[in-house]
Write a protein that binds this ligand. Sequence first.
Ligand SMILES: [Zn+2]
Length: 223
Amino acid sequence: MKIKTNITRYSNVILFLGIFLFSIPSKAQNETYAVPSKQDIADTTFVNLKDYSRDFIYDMKYATEDNFLKAKVYDCAECFLRLKTVKALIAANNDFMKKGFKIKLYDCYRPLSIQKKMFVLVPKPEYVADPKKGSIHNRGGAVDISLVDAKGKEVEMGTSFDFFGFQASHNYTNLPDAVKANRKFLKKVMIENGFNSFDSEWWHYNLKTGLKDKVSNQKWNCE
Ligand SMILES: [Zn+2]
């Protein structure tokens, strides 16, 4: 009963205020209740790609045992990147979608501790960056990707992901024309959207403006 009385009392107050204040613009109120938009955070903040787009296909190899480490080194299959990398990647994916394709993700941000494990197994800088210098993956500016067609089928790229041989190179030309065209298409759209390719791996792209960001070893929240 008391609650009802209070509600009645508040209603009267609101009605009273409403009569006298209805002509005052409500700008101040809107500002008070405004929720900070995603654009308000710094471009270098680490974010989860799926909070910004649901248009990507996930095949995060290091969250499974299906990788050259033969170990599941990520607790969950999420794609974390700096916000500026996410923005550029979404722009690239929009371009691919206009042509009937989508980006498939193999790897995104990679903690430095995982980079160290990888370099022990493959100490070749043309395939795995030296953790002393840090990979662009450790800086939240690199992605390992392929493309899928409208039916969800991965396009033919000539080798599997993380194939550490010369056939994975952009400079290797002894490939069917369709494969060469697929690699070229991937590279063209990524470069148009602010990424650089990496000669020895057709799947690797890093944001041009991400080279000087700090190396990170943070782990993401898997909940
Ligand atoms: Zn890579």
